[in-house]
Design a protein around this ligand. Structure first.
Ligand SMILES: Nc1ncnc2c1ncn2[C@@H]1O[C@H](COP(=O)(O)OP(=O)(O)OP(=O)(O)O)[C@@H](O)[C@H]1O
Ligand SMILES: [Mg+2]
Length: 344
């Protein structure tokens, strides 16, 4: 029995996924913490905490510990990670080594915060790897080759996009427009246009149930319940796909513009590669109906949704956990920037 445990972690705004070396993804839970605000003691994390969200008595608060891909409340995030790493699916060990996915373009302080978080949650060794590299790896792209891939990860809190080539990131962008923002736009529009207050879970139901980026062959509609803005009483109404499409136009436009800017700033040779290889999209937002076609139409490059887009970053982190030696060059990029920790 080995005493060293090696894991790859995707600490997402929506979900935390832990890949255990040679075992696969063994933890996949919401990045949520519920705590007693009188004693500050954690009551639940993950799925259990999510069930408490919006239904808690006044002395219990459930919060997201990762906000727009960055550590929100450090103590809460640390305790959440600690508890998730003590999951029954993970063996106990003397030493835990972690390959952690982090967003691109972090400040030194933000990087340090990620590193401290994972250490304080119990890891002996931490390697930070930028998310688009992991997304590309986890999508099966051979990022070592001298060709370029454009990867766009539309998550819950951020859309992280980068051109990756030869084990590194050539150029990247990150914006705070992603799945959570789509939900907020839906909440706002249902309130303003349909005079109904709805909560985030309902907005998410609408988005997943009938949301689309471009018109679909099939007309979709969904019945939702909420509180009437004027009377304050419960009411139900039907939301149609065409309405949701108009509510999401602005957010999708911002994502499109960023992808276009990134392509425009990419060196010419690499743009040629991107044109040849296509654009790879992943993250939960890539599951929005027609988002691939919209991007393809607007950018003029083939767009592919990767297989199992919700887990590609965790899979990429897992590939590193499985074979640290092969992926040393990726870890070294961070070390040379003074971020990784090479000490044994
Ligand atoms: N079928 C779907 N259609 C549209 N959106 C979806 C669908 N399934 C999931 N999502 C959205 O995807 C988001 C979650 O994606 P993901 O798990 O990639 O985020 P994350 O990695 O936790 O966040 P981030 O990378 O931004 O920190 C949520 O906003 C969710 O509503
Ligand atoms: Mg993510």
């Amino acid at each position: 029995m080995t005493l060293k445990k090696i894991v790859g972690i995707d600490l997402g705004t929506d979900s935390t996924r832990v890949y255990l070396r040679r075992a696969g993804i063994v933890v996949d839970e919401p990045s949520i913490v519920a705590f007693n605000n009188r004693t500050n003691r954690i009551i639940a994390v993950g799925l259990e905490a999510k069930r408490m969200m919006s239904r808690t008595p006044t002395h219990i608060t459930a919060i997201r510990s990762i906000v727009h891909g960055i550590v929100g409340d450090f103590d809460m995030a640390r305790e959440m990670l600690q508890k998730l790493l003590q999951n029954k699916n993970l063996p106990w060990s003397w030493m835990t080594e972690v390959a952690l996915s982090v967003p691109t373009n972090l400040t030194e302080v933000e990087r340090k915060s990620f590193e401290d978080l994972v250490r304080e949650a119990g890891a002996g060794q931490v390697y930070l790897v930028e998310q688009p590299l992991l997304a590309a790896l986890g999508s099966g792209l051979d990022i070592y080759q001298p060709t370029a891939y454009l990867v766009v990860d539309i998550g819950a809190g951020t859309t992280d996009m980068a051109v990756v080539s030869m084990n590194g990131i050539v150029i990247s962008k990150r914006l705070k427009i992603a799945g959570n923002h789509f939900n907020n736009e839906i909440i706002r529009a249902v309130r303003d246009e349909m005079k109904l207050h709805i909560g985030e879970p309902t907005a998410e139901e609408i988005k997943i149930g009938v949301g689309s980026a471009i018109p679909q062959e099939e007309r979709l509609e969904i019945m939702v319940r909420g509180r009437d803005v004027a009377s304050g009483l419960p009411r139900e109404l039907t939301v149609k796909d065409v309405q949701v499409r108009t509510w999401l136009v602005r957010s999708l436009k911002l994502i499109l513009e960023s992808v276009r800017d990134l392509v425009e700033e990419t060196p010419p040779e690499l743009v040629g590669d991107v044109h040849k290889n296509g654009i790879y999209i992943c993250g939960g937002g890539s599951l929005l109906r027609g988002i691939d076609e919209l991007l393809e139409r607007e950018i003029g490059v083939e767009v592919k949704v990767v297989e199992d887009p919700l887990h590609c970053v965790a899979r990429g982190a897992g590939m590193i956990a499985d074979d640290m030696k092969t992926y040393q060059p990726i870890l070294n990029t961070f070390s040379s920037l003074g971020i990784g920790d090479e000490s044994e």
